[in-house]
Design a protein around this ligand. Sequence first.
Ligand SMILES: [Zn+2]
Length: 234
Amino acid sequence: MKKPSRSIPLWSILLLQLVMLCHGQTASLVIGEDLPSPLPIADRKIAFLFDDGPLPGNTATILDALKKTGMKATFSVVGKNVQASPELARRIVAEGHELANQTWSHPDLSKLSPEQILSELQKAEEVIHATTGVHARFFRPPDGQLSPENAELIKSAGYLILMPTFDSGDWRCPPAGMVRKAILDGVTPGAMILAHDSFPKSVAEMPGILEELSKRGFESLTVTDLLLQAVAQN
Ligand SMILES: [Zn+2]
């Protein structure tokens, strides 16, 4: 889709999208792509996105580190992982973090029919809601891959599509310290940072990364709260 025109204030677009979602209507923005990147935020507010969980061990390590630093994040969960670790999914919500729907089984969406994609979405929605009581308002495409046709399909199902604006590169499994360096060197206010629950080496570095970010005055929020900050400031 076209980028929102600069003459329309950012806050009005965002607010409209959030209100439409609350009323179960179709949203049209791809968060992270259709908005300025990073979001125009004056202070050191960011949003961490954690993909592919919840997973035993790793997700608890991340949650402990977030709690210790007083930060929040958005966890893009896979339905079958929620089914396998329901207590972790409940802990994510209980500690004030946000859930996004990342399908039931993390498939390659380009190989699925529209019906199969909607079924992946629905199955994940059902287990997320049954487990946590929450309806996810964001959809996170597995591996960030989404054709324009499938993006339209998912928007018509009532989700905002969630894309990061900053890639930590943890999925490349780089040598120790590289994820930390990438994040600490590259982070800017308003960034939405992609990381994963699923790479134990990077997860082990996350407590130190969050602590250093906190020392530097950065605070991670849920994506919704980061968007609301952008609304409030623009
Ligand atoms: Zn993934």
